[in-house]
Design a protein around this ligand. Sequence first.
Ligand SMILES: [Fe+2]
Ligand SMILES: [Fe+2]
Length: 210
Amino acid sequence: MKKIYMVAGLAAILVFISLPLGAKKVRGPMKPIAPLMIEHRLIERMVGVMEDYVASTQASKKVNPAFVDMVCDFFRIYGDRTHHGKEEDILFARLAKKNLSDDHRKMLNRLIDEHVQARKMIAKLAQAGEIYVKGDENAGSDILNSLKAITVLYRKHIELEDKYFFIPCLQYFTKDEMDAMLSDMWEYDRSMIHVKYRDVVGQARDLIIK
Ligand SMILES: [Fe+2]
Ligand SMILES: [Fe+2]
């Protein structure tokens, strides 16, 4: 299983990096799970940074609020809206309509539930960050515990999707269905930068003192 996963991941990356910039349509044999697996690699890099940050801060419990803000922004915009968004709105939504095996149906429900847990964990981290900034240094431990919990959840979640879920699930789709999903994923990504900065404008307006 490990070998299949590695070969599929490598093939996905090779096909992805061979696409010219601005490519809009499905090219070659690229599968709709390829962009998701590539996104997993960046999420894993962030998780690695968080693990190192926790290890380096564990003794002092003195946290840099800018780090908490970066982690929250990364997981809200990239991890959740961009990545979980494509999984839930495109891949999972279309899978849910198929005649899935019991195991695959259970895994699908578990993955959706873990997305909900991840959102709650990020909200908890953001809240601890706000308390810490207000001067309550005890919140430093809560921040580190939240960071740890997020890394544990994401490592397990990504392993389940990459090794045991994504590749077997492709069997439920025709080639046309897979091409349509990939095309819809590109379109989804294209809109994300606009969604992000519409939010920023809204947040900036909220800072106006009334
Ligand atoms: Fe997921
Ligand atoms: Fe994922």
